[in-house]
Design a protein around this ligand. Structure first.
Ligand SMILES: NC(=O)C1=CN([C@@H]2O[C@H](COP(=O)(O)OP(=O)(O)OC[C@H]3O[C@@H](n4cnc5c(N)ncnc54)[C@H](OP(=O)(O)O)[C@@H]3O)[C@@H](O)[C@H]2O)C=CC1
Ligand SMILES: CC1=C(/C=C/C(C)=C/C=C/C(C)=C/C=O)C(C)(C)CCC1
Length: 318
C-alpha cells in the first residue's frame, strides 16, 4: 500500500516534533510526513531527531497557522494537494489573572489555537470530501473538557476547538472523513517553560494582591508539582496519537492521561455544576497540603517504576 501523506503543524519542538519523527520512523513505512513549522530557522532539533528519515519519509516545510497564504502555499506544494491525515498540533499557552492580560494577547491565543485549526481544516476539507477519505486529528487538551483556574483564555480556546470539531464530525463522517481530538493532561515540553517564563515577566500590579498571591503561591506552586509528578512525555502523546491514527474506526475523543478522566467526568455526573465547583474549590483551597503529599508520593512511585523497568530491560527480560 502507498504511504499516507501526513501533515503536522508546529513541529519545531514538543509533541509535534516527537510525533513527526515517530511516524517517519514507522517500521511498516506507512507514512510520508510533511513536518511543518512557522520558523524554519528552528528546524535544527527536528533535523537531528529525524536522522536518516530526513528527506526520505520526513520533509520539513514552512507553515504558520495564523497566515492563510503560508497555509495555501504549503498545501499547494504537495502533489495533487493530497493530505490523507492532517494533525493540528500548533498551539500556545497562557496563564495568569485576566486583569493582567490584554485583549490583544487573548486574541493571539484564539488566533493560533482556534482559528489556526479552522484555517487548516478549511484548506484540506474540500479535497478530502472529493476523495471521500481523510482523517483530521487535533491536539486538544483536558482543558478542552474542563476549565482549570488561571487558564481562562487557553481553556476557552480549547473549548472552542472541541465545539467546532463536535459539530463538524457528523458531516465529515458522511464523506468518510474521521475527526479525532487528542486530550492530553500536562506534558513536559517548552509549552510549560514558555508559560512560566511569561508568568515571571508579567506585571501583577493590575490585579489585587490577593489574586496575585493566589496565582503565584497556589496555582504556580501546584501546577509545577503536577507537571513534575503527573506530566507525560511528548513521546507518550505521540504513541497515543499513532494508536488513534492506526485504528480502523478512530475514536472522536481520546484522553492520554487516565488520572484526569475522573476530573473531566464531574460535570457530566452533576449537570448543575455543583459537584465540579465544590470538588475543585476544595482541592485548591482546602486540601492543598494533602494534594501535595499525594503528588510527591506519585512522583516517587513513578520513579521507582521507571527504575524497575530499566532494570528489567538491562537484565534482558524485555
Ligand atoms: N504541554 C502540555 O502540557 C500540553 C500541550 N497541549 C497542546 O499540545 C500542542 C503542542 O504543544 P507542546 O508540544 O506541548 O508545546 P511546544 O511549545 O513545545 O510546541 C508548540 C508548537 O506550536 C508552534 N506554533 C505556535 N504558534 C504557531 C503558529 N502560529 N503557526 C505554526 N506553529 C506554531 C510552536 O512553534 P514556535 O517554536 O515557532 O513557537 C511549536 O512548534 C498545543 O496545541 C498545546 O495546546 C495539550 C495538552 C497539554
Ligand atoms: C488538576 C488541578 C490543578 C492543575 C492542573 C494543571 C496545571 C493542569 C495542566 C494541564 C495542561 C497544561 C494542559 C494543557 O493543555 C490545580 C488547579 C493546580 C489544582 C486543582 C486540580
Amino acid at each position: 500500500m502507498a504511504p499516507k501523506t501526513v501533515l503536522i503543524t508546529g513541529c519545531s519542538s514538543g509533541i509535534g516534533l516527537a510525533l513527526a519523527v515517530k511516524m517517519a520512523r514507522d517500521k511498516q513505512k506507512r507514512f510520508k510526513v510533511i513536518a511543518t513549522m512557522r520558523n524554519l530557522g528552528k528546524r535544527g532539533c527536528l533535523e537531528a531527531a529525524a536522522g536518516v528519515t530526513l528527506n526520505k519519509t520526513l520533509e520539513i516545510r514552512q507553515l504558520d497557522v495564523c497566515d492563510e497564504r503560508s497555509i495555501i502555499s504549503c498545501i499547494n506544494s504537495i502533489p495533487n494537494r493530497h493530505v490523507d491525515i492532517l494533525i493540528n498540533n500548533a498551539g500556545v499557552g497562557m496563564i495568569g489573572p485576566i486583569e493582567c492580560q490584554t485583549i490583544e494577547e487573548m486574541k493571539g491565543v484564539m488566533e493560533t489555537n482556534f482559528f489556526g485549526v479552522v484555517r487548516m481544516i478549511k484548506e484540506v476539507l474540500p479535497d478530502m470530501k472529493r476523495r471521500r477519505s481523510g482523517h483530521i486529528v487535533v491536539i486538544s487538551s483536558v482543558m478542552g473538557l474542563q476549565g482549570i483556574m488561571f487558564n481562562d483564555i487557553y481553556t476557552a480556546s480549547k473549548f472552542a476547538v472541541e465545539g467546532f470539531c463536535e459539530s463538524l464530525v457528523i458531516q465529515a463522517l458522511k464523506f468518510n472523513i474521521f475527526v479525532s481530538l487528542i486530550e492530553p493532561g500536562p506534558v513536559v515540553t517548552e509549552f510549560e517553560t514558555k508559560v512560566y517564563e511569561d508568568a515571571e515577566n508579567a506585571d501583577y500590579s493590575t490585579t489585587d494582591p490577593e489574586t496575585a498571591d493566589m496565582f503565584t503561591n497556589l496555582y504556580l506552586k501546584n501546577s509545577k508539582a503536577i507537571f513534575s509528578s503527573l506530566g507525560q512525555t511528548p513521546n507518550d502523546i505521540a504513541e497515543h496519537t499513532l494508536r488513534v491514527i492506526s485504528a480502523t474506526k478512530p475514536p472522536f475523543r481520546h484522553q492520554t492521561n487516565a488520572v484526569y478522566t475522573p476530573m473531566t467526568a464531574l460535570k457530566h455526573a452533576d449537570p448543575t455544576g455543583a459537584l465540579m465547583t465544590d470538588t475543585f474549590y476544595k482541592m485548591v483551597f482546602k486540601y492543598d497540603t494533602l494534594m501535595h503529599i499525594s503528588l510527591k508520593a506519585i512522583k516517587v512511585i513513578r520513579w521507582q517504576a521507571r527504575k524497575m523497568r530499566q532494570g528489567v530491560k538491562m537484565l534482558g527480560f524485555s
